[in-house]
Design a protein around this ligand. Structure first.
Ligand SMILES: [Zn+2]
Length: 584
């Protein structure tokens, strides 16, 4: 029973954070300059509007349905000192983070206490580094993408600059590193110019990935592995990212790339490292996995990877589902440390200098509670610099709501914010219906004044909206795709209502679909539909969208939502619409 419950919780989390919509590549220079103009206009109008205090409110970010684990078992006894069995062994400390998502200035609640912000994370990392001069800092993907304005409006360069400043040693890519396409990913790593931000120096530590192949050259887009010598001991790192990446990133983000089997890629490179005499091997896998606080009940792709990789692999760092993992599987230590800078993994190893093998390993997953810790002053100052740059845009008040708009779904599968966003999108493209993926709603809107920055945090992907036509039958088929044996993913809707029966088998759950006038939808008639470009491309497994006709790209989702809010009375009231009904 307990196991089932845990499996359900971890599964739910996977659903929530899989299938985000994603940033679209700025299509042309023209579009880029329009955006620049818009930014200027927004800065000019800022004086006229009332500003909110710079201290951002938490804005309902600390919720499980936004991919944040707010309730955590707290580690009572921190990591055991590595057994000092033999003092010729070399103790090495590995400090890892995953799924930061550029949350430089975002505080979240964990067990009712504030946690996170990278200046606090930095203070923790520096404190641990001081305990062992042989320390490596590791990032495990999704450092950028789906990030707040402080990072996103500056092309996520601030996040890279902070990782540079902290002295990160090695990293891999997550699915979100592909949000703006491989060219932008390589620019962030290697440096280069962007029309919005100008020249950027790039990342000053190596990024590796062994299973992402450029279809043109047949080679990996980044080096597959990297050997780092610590105190003379060679440690081999191999990077991989989940092969699900193409299903959770917009097609243009992964065009021309092939994502190959993780285990096959790891083992090929383990063989290569072995040839070079490297015996200590660590895999950086942006793949999901979860375990209980003491390593019990490990689940997820990481378990499968740990069971199938070469025995020379010692440790696997994971990511992607924002969960806790600290388990030993098939003699491999497998760790993941939640998300958003609210935790990190501290892995202690010892290497035998004679054999160059890792002879002991243990890990602690540490939550970065702010209580009792002083933020790192240098990083704090950097954050304040970035905040000042984006402040005129972020603090502009665009409307006000009397009640909170949350993405939390009721038992029917409908949320207030989901319906509201679907309404905004339908309104923007003047269609009969709109459908919105819940994974693309990244925060709630609190009662009171609504700033541009808050809306950005809700819809950080800048996904273009697509107008299309679909038949009544296609809409029925689309709604059926909300259920699969492994997940439930309730689209948020506008312009129609429907009922569904949870007792019916998957594929037969839709009972009736009604138009606003109360009549049934006509399976043979064509209707106009709005969805974002991620869904339009069949994202989240909603493949029926790929059969839609007459596709036309319109404004992006953020502008649609900002305009819709601006057009409401101040304050406005919006409550659950009862568009989705579960029949008993
Ligand atoms: Zn991910």
């Amino acid at each position: 029973m307990d196991w089932l419950k845990k499996a359900f919780i971890s599964l739910t989390l996977v659903i929530l954070i899989g299938g985000f919509g994603n940033l679209s590549v700025a299509a042309s220079n023209l579009k880029e300059s329009e955006h620049q103009d818009q930014m200027v206009r927004q800065s000019q109008s800022v004086d006229a509007s009332r500003q909110k205090p710079t201290e951002a409110k938490n804005q309902g970010l600390s919720k499980d349905y936004h991919g944040h684990k707010s309730n955590r078992p707290e580690t009572k006894n921190p990591k055991k000192k590595a057994p000092a069995a033999n003092n010729r062994f070399i103790p090495i400390q590995l400090l890892g983070i995953n799924d930061l998502h550029g949350q430089l200035n975002v505080t979240r609640n964990v067990n009712g206490k504030p946690a996170g912000r990278v200046d606090y994370l930095a203070a923790y990392l520096k404190q641990r580094e001081a305990e062992n001069k042989n320390t490596l800092l590791i990032q495990n993907g999704d450092m950028v993408g789906a990030s707040p304005p402080v990072s996103a409006l500056l092309q996520d360069e601030p996040t890279i600059e902070i990782l540079n400043k902290l002295g990160f040693d090695i990293g891999t890519v997550g699915n979100h590193e592909f949000d703006e396409g491989v060219m932008e990913l390589l620019r962030l790593i290697k440096g280069g110019s962007h029309p919005k931000t100008g020249k950027f120096a790039g990342s000053n530590f190596p990024w590796i990935v062994a299973n992402v192949i450029d279809e043109k050259t047949g080679k990996t887009i980044l080096p597959p592995y990297q050997v780092i010598k610590v105190n003379g001991m060679p440690i081999g790192f191999i990077g991989v990212v989940t092969t699900e990446t193409p299903t959770v990133v917009i097609p243009s983000g992964v065009a021309g790339l092939k994502f190959t089997d993780e285990v096959e890629a790891i083992n090929r490179n383990v063989a290569e490292l072995k040839k070079q005499g490297v015996k200590s091997i660590i895999v950086l896998a942006h793949n999901p996995g979860t375990s209980g606080p003491n390593g019990e009940n490990p689940t997820g792709q990481l378990v499968d990877i740990a069971n199938r990789v070469d025995d020379e692999v010692d440790i696997i760092f994971g990511g992607h589902n924002h969960a806790h993992m600290n388990a030993t599987i098939n003699n491999k230590l497998v760790v993941q440390s939640y998300s958003y800078g609210t935790a990190f993994s501290d892995v202690d190893i010892e290497i035998d200098p004679k054999t160059k093998e890792i002879v002991s390993k243990s890990a602690e997953i540490v939550t970065t509670f702010q209580e009792g810790m002083k933020p790192d002053p240098e990083i704090k100052q950097m954050i304040e610099g970035y905040e000042a740059k984006v402040e005129p845009i972020v603090n502009r008040v665009i409307g006000s709501t009397a009640e909170s708009l949350t993405a939390k779904q009721n038992e029917n599968g409908e949320s207030v914010l989901g319906s509201f966003i679907a309404d905004a999108q339908r309104n923007a493209l003047k269609t009969e219906f709109a459908f919105m993926n819940p994974g693309g709603i990244r925060a709630d809107i609190d009662p009171g004044e609504i700033t541009w920055g808050e809306v950005y945090t809700v819809q950080p992907f800048n996904n273009d909206l697509v107008k299309m036509t679909m038949t009544g039958q296609q809409i029925r088929d689309l709604l059926k795709q909300q259920w699969s044996p492994t997940k439930t993913n309730m689209l948020q809707i506008s312009g129609l209502t429907y009922s569904w029966d949870a007792n019916k088998p998957i594929g037969q759950r839709i009972v009736s679909i009604k138009l606003p006038d109360g009549t049934e939808i006509d399976p043979n008639k064509s209707y106009t539909v709005t969805a974002n470009i991620f869904l339009s491309g069949g994202g989240d497994g909603f493949t029926v969208f790929t059969q839609a006709q007459n596709k036309e790209v319109g404004p992006n989702d953020l502008d649609a939502l900002v305009n819709f809010i601006s057009a409401q009375p101040k304050p406005f009231t919006y409550r659950i619409q009862n568009r989705i009904q579960k029949v008993q």
